[in-house]
Design a protein around this ligand. Structure first.
Ligand SMILES: Cc1cc2nc3c(=O)[nH]c(=O)nc-3n(C[C@H](O)[C@H](O)[C@H](O)COP(=O)(O)OP(=O)(O)OC[C@H]3O[C@@H](n4cnc5c(N)ncnc54)[C@H](O)[C@@H]3O)c2cc1C
Length: 323
């Protein structure tokens, strides 16, 4: 392993200053250190964020929504009373994510900014498009875990995080501190390969994700998360669905359906959400919405199974919400 410097930042301002070109932020390290060992991420300096105060915990303030600090660990999220009360979908989404050990170290910011799991991307021997090469090896190669929708760009990676779809279903916003403070929709933190930019996230050099905010209005929704894995633990989603809506008299309103594991970015088709909004819910309506979500699917050599799988998960999630 090449030598590198390690610095503990005491404040967001210091971390931002240290995160010059050639440096990387590290929180729990559960993703970054693996990439470092595989020579995929080779920063000259790691800037440890974990000693920065004020970036941990979950707090609900009326009028300001629910705020989740970026350095909160995933286990702390699962144990948070504020989340159990106002955003139980998070516990559901994390129940089958990684392992207890990884969730004890892994943080909200790290989970939202983790890199994809494509084996060609994670192997330094393959100069894939995302790493600056000319081709996507997975498009023609081994692609059982890759995307079936949104694959028109240069990369067929699958979106890995379980937390992000659950938070996007509640219109989550993220605040980034850095040269300039900004707040953006969490959904906009992810770069669609169709834009032909060789990046997964829109975070810029020197930026630190400080917190996630869920607006008050979204907290009126009921939510559910369903995930299919190829084994019962330690496994990323083959497909996952976060669904949320206000439910009354058998009707779903203000609907959000966000899929993970099937596209390079969290996948939403707003037309499918509008289709069921305010209508008496039925299995037929759920199936029609699922069909619409997957209408542009283009299976690769090994992953056609994801299309019926995702449709079935959407149907189950919506039926669960309506019940
Ligand atoms: C075997 C295994 C199975 C897994 N299974 C799942 C799963 O099923 N579902 C799932 O969702 N995840 C899964 N994961 C991923 C795991 O949840 C992430 O590795 C973890 O959440 C990352 O958090 P971290 O704090 O360790 O991030 P780090 O490794 O410290 O950082 C990850 C990235 O985020 C950046 N970063 C971190 N925090 C900030 C911040 N505040 N501001 C700016 N940049 C930041 C780092 O620079 C780095 O690029 C799995 C991981 C492993 C190894």
């Amino acid at each position: 392993m090449r030598p590198f410097a390690y610095v503990r930042a005491a404040s967001v301002a210091e971390a931002s200053r240290l995160l010059a070109k050639g440096s990387a932020a590290i929180a729990g390290g559960t993703d970054l250190l693996g990439l470092r060992k595989a020579h995929i991420a080779v920063p000259e300096r790691l800037v440890d964020l974990t000693r920065i105060e004020g970036l941990r915990g979950c707090i609900r303030e009326r009028g300001a929504g629910l705020r989740i600090g970026a350095l909160t660990t995933l286990v702390e999220l699962e144990e948070s009373e504020a989340l159990a009360k106002h955003l139980p979908i998070v516990r559901e989404a994390l129940a089958d994510a990684a392992t207890l050990q990884l969730r004890s170290m892994g943080t909200v910011g790290g989970n939202l900014l983790q890199r994809n799991r494509c084996w060609y991307f994670r192997d330094a021997a393959f100069p894939c498009w995302l790493k600056g090469g000319t081709r996507c090896f997975a498009a023609e190669g081994e692609n059982v875990h890759h995307s079936v929708v949104g694959t028109d760009g240069g990369c067929v990676r699958a979106f890995p995080s379980d937390l992000a779809p659950a938070l996007i279903a509640y219109d989550a916003r993220v605040t980034l501190a850095g040269p300039r403070m900004r707040t953006t929709l969490l959904a906009d933190l992810y770069t669609d390969p169709a834009l032909r930019r060789r990046e997964e996230h829109t975070i810029r050099p020197g930026e630190i994700l400080t917190h996630v905010t869920i607006p008050d209005a979204a907290l009126q929704r009921r939510g559910t998360y369903v995930k299919a894995m190829d084994r019962n633990a330690w496994s990323f989603a083959l497909a996952s669905v976060a669904a949320a809506a206000r439910v009354r008299d058998g009707k779903l309103r203000d609907v959000r359906i966000v899929l993970g594991g099937i596209a390079p970015v969290p996948w939403r088709v707003e037309e499918a959400e509008r289709l069921i909004d305010g209508e008496p819910y039925s299995d037929g309506l759920g199936e029609a919405a699922a069909e619409m979500l997957m209408r542009d699917a283009q299976p690769l050599k090994d992953n056609g199974y994801k299309i019926p799988l995702a449709r079935e998960l959407v149907r189950r999630a919506l039926a669960g919400l309506a019940a």
